[in-house]
Structure formats: C-alpha cells, structure tokens
Design a protein around this ligand. Structure first.
Ligand code: PHE
Length: 455
C-alpha cells in the first residue's frame, strides 16, 4: 500500500497531478466550442482583447483566491465558507455555486455528447455510410442527443466514483498534451488553406468600435467559464491540494494553458468559419447570430476533415473529436465533483452513492435539454455569463472583507515562503479587494440596467 492518503478526503498524488487536473477542468468545450463561437459573433479581435484582459486581470486573481480558500478549509464550497467564518450569508454563495455547477453540467453533457457522437460520424462518413452518419449528426433528434448524453454522463460518474487520484488524476495526465499536439497540427493546416486570410484578419485586427457593454459582459462570462471559476470547482480541487505546493504558480500555469489553448482554437475555427462563408455557406443571420446555433463547430469541422479527404481526414476527424471528448470529460468531472463533494462532506453520504445519485439527477435535466436544445442558450446565459461572475464577485468580497487577505496570504505562504514581501502579494491584495469586485460589479449592474431599465 504505497498510497496512504493523508486525509480521508483524498489528495492529489503529485503537484503535476493537481496542475493537470485543474488545467483539465479549465480546458474543455469552453475553449474549443464556446470561445471561438463567442469571438466570431462578437467582432473577433475586439472580443479576444477584452477576453484576455478579463482572464489575466480578473480570472487569475480569482483563481488564486479559490485555491487558497479550498486548501485552507479542505472543504467543498459550502463547507469552505462555513468553516472560514461565522458569517451566515456566505454558505449561500457556496450553494449558488453548486447550483451553477449543476445547471452548467446539464447542458455541457449534451454538447459533450455531440462531440462524442462525431467520432462515429467521421467513421461512417469514411465508410460512405452517409445515411447513418447524417442520422447521428442530426442535432434536432432528441433521441440521439439523449443516448450520447447518457453515455457521457455514465463516463463522468464512473470516474468520479473512482475518487481523486485514481480517477481524475490518471485520466488527465496523458490526454492534455495529446490534445495540444493535434490542435497545433490542425491550426497549421488551416492557416495554409486558401481563404483563411479573412478569418485571421477578423481574429487578430481589432475594430475597437465593436466594444460595447454586451461584448464586455460576454468576454467576462467566457473568461469565468473557461477558467472554471466562480462556482467552486477550483475551491474543491484546491481542497485536495497539499501544503507544499505553490498556489500562485499553479494558478499562473493553469491560466496560461487555458488561454493558450483558447487562442489556438480561435486561430483554427475563425478562419474555418470564414472559409466556409466564402464558399457560399450561410453562417450568420441578419443580426450576426449563427444560423446553426450552438451546433456550429460540429457542422464546420467535419467539412474540414472531408476536405482533407481519405484516410488523413478520417484520422484527424476521429482523433480530434476523441480528444475533444476527453477534454470535455476532464471538465465534466470537475463540474460533477462540486455537488458530489458537497453531498459527501455535508450529508455524510459515501462517494460512490453520492456520485451515482447526483449524476443521475443532473442527467434528468440533460435529457430534457436533449429534446429542447433551444434551452442551451438561456441556461448558459443565466448560469455562465451572469452566474459565474456573480459567484466570483462574492468570492472576492468574502476573501477581501470576511476571511481577510492576510489569512489568505498566510495560506499561500505554504509552498511560497517569502510571498508576504513580494510585489505579487501587494498587487493581488489590491486586485481581490478592489479591482476585481469593482469591475465585475460595474459590468453586471450595467447589464441589468441595459436589459431591464433602458428603452
Ligand atoms: N472550464 C470548462 C471549459 O472550458 C467548463 C467548466 C466551467 C468547468 C465551470 C468547471 C466549472 O470547458
């Protein structure tokens, strides 16, 4: 028995294990499905710029905040707020986080199901069984959506039942580097295709006149979603982290990895969108919305693989969708881990049953969404775009004014001994106490005002 856990809650086996698991949570459909779609419908480079600012100025400080809350309390989000202060309000923030996690996971599972089904679509296309392929690729077919959502949830539940180092850590170690490699190869391929230029231009040359409140809100929501922040996923993962590790360094690595992969995905998908448009495929409606809705990349990428043709197309298609499924899986396990750790800690239920029952409960919502995919946009907007920044705002307020930054710095000291006197510590304190909450608050208030009070 080499593997004696230091706490009954489980621990990461190694530092790399934690970083990869946190990066695995961050990197997912948010980078490859959500980011390019949002960027394309919000003016390309202008969105990219604001998104990058949100990731580094708000996301990175909030990630350090979540990691330190998690490691100090060794609890799920609800228990963490309860154990670090006597304030009665903040455990509710934990509950809000659990709710956001549940709702995000419910639609995420359906989209992850599309990713998985496309592995088979690619194979059937290669085998020239076009009828089966288009049957499986039909997003309007609730039954197909449901079957793949069930398969995906089953995998997620299976891994979460395996626990922290056995399940989550092992699954991430191999897959993350592989995804990066295939993404780079595909991006290089696309960049050399005729017609890629317009997409690259839109993605990289900002038109500042595009920046308005709606774009800023979308970019901030995307930053929170992509970095897995605002709902306690990183609090939960941080609660399994050993005292030797350097939180600031880990958060920096995760942020860079996540932003880097999103940037690459944009470089792949935006040119693809404009290449398809140049070929006469109608992509946007009059308002600039995608005609295909959330299914857009699942229509465009297969075209790209078909264009590569033959066995190359098959290989890239199958590999890409397999790796994207795995990237989605490392995110769904972090989403499910939040409500599961809550149920284990607070209601003293065993991990195996908690994972099963919570997972099945969420699957019920996923099945409803499978038959009503129009719900995805509404749930996504409510719980990702509004819900996560709201959670992030409350986490900053908790850390800055209730638990206090001095205590957090004491926690960060484990693994980063002389942090107290560094510029980093001073800057981070100012960001968590003032900059982040203020920016988030202004954006949220402006949005509510624009939506409900201005004509
Ligand atoms: N960050 C994940 C992605 O980009 C989604 C996620 C959101 C995971 C919130 C956990 C918590 O796909």
């Amino acid at each position: 028995m080499a593997d004696i856990p230091t706490t009954p809650r489980g621990n990461w086996d190694s530092k790399l294990g934690f970083i990869l698991a946190a990066a695995g949570s961050a990197v997912g459909l948010g980078n490859i499905w959500r980011f390019p779609t949002e960027a394309a419908s919000n003016g390309g480079a202008a969105f990219l710029l604001i998104y990058l600012a949100c990731c580094f100025l708000i996301g990175f400080p909030v990630m350090i905040a979540e990691m330190s809350i998690g490691r100090s309390s060794k609890k799920n989000p609800v228990g963490a707020f309860r154990s670090l202060s006597t304030n009665k309000f903040f455990p509710l923030v934990g509950i809000w986080g659990v709710l956001c996690g549940v709702m995000i996971l419910s639609f995420y599972t359906v989209i992850a199901g599309w990713t998985f089904s496309h592995v088979f679509v690619e194979i059937f296309v290669y085998a020239e069984m076009f009828e089966v392929a288009s049957f499986l690729a039909d997003f309007e077919n609730g039954y197909v959506n449901a079957v793949f959502a069930i398969l995906f949830m089953a995998c997620t539940i299976g891994i979460i039942r395996g626990g922290v180092s056995n399940g989550i850590e092992r699954a991430t170690k191999l897959m993350m580097p592989m995804l990066l490699i295939i993404l780079v190869i595909m991006t290089v391929y696309v960049l050399f295709q005729p017609g890629a230029g317009e997409g690259i231009e839109i993605y990289l040359y900002p038109d500042f006149s595009m920046i308005d409140m709606e774009l800023i809100l979308a970019a901030m929501g995307q930053a929170f979603f992509s970095l897995s922040l605002g709902m306690g996923a990183i609090i939960t993962y941080g609660s399994y982290l050993g005292k030797k590790e350097n939180i600031a360094e880990a958060a920096g690595f995760v942020t860079l990895a996540d932003v880097g992969i999103a940037f690459l995905a944009g470089l792949l998908i935006l040119p693809t969108i404009y290449m398809a448009q140049a070929e006469g495929v109608q992509i946007f409606d009059a308002e600039g919305n995608f005609l295909a809705g959330p299914a857009l990349i699942f229509q465009l990428l297969p075209e790209l693989f078909a264009q590569m043709g033959g066995i190359t197309g098959l290989l890239f298609g199958v590999l890409f969708f397999s790796l994207l499924s795995i990237a989605a899986l490392t995110s769904t396990i972090s989403l499910l881990e939040v409500p599961v750790s809550y149920v284990i800690d607070e209601h003293k239920i065993k991990r195996k049953s908690a994972a099963l029952y919570v997972g099945l409960g969420i699957l019920v919502i996923s099945l409803i969404i499978s038959f009503n995919t129009a719900l995805i946009d509404t749930i996504d907007f409510t719980f990702s775009v509004i819900g996560l920044p709201l959670g992030g705002l409350l986490i900053c307020i908790f850390l800055g004014y209730v638990w206090k930054t001095e205590n957090a710095i004491e926690e960060i000291k484990h693994g980063y001994e002389n942090v107290k006197d560094t510029f980093f510590a001073k800057a981070w304190t100012v960001f968590v106490k003032f900059v982040c909450p203020l920016i988030i608050l202004i954006i949220l208030i402006q949005t509510i005002y624009n939506n409900y009070f201005s004509s």
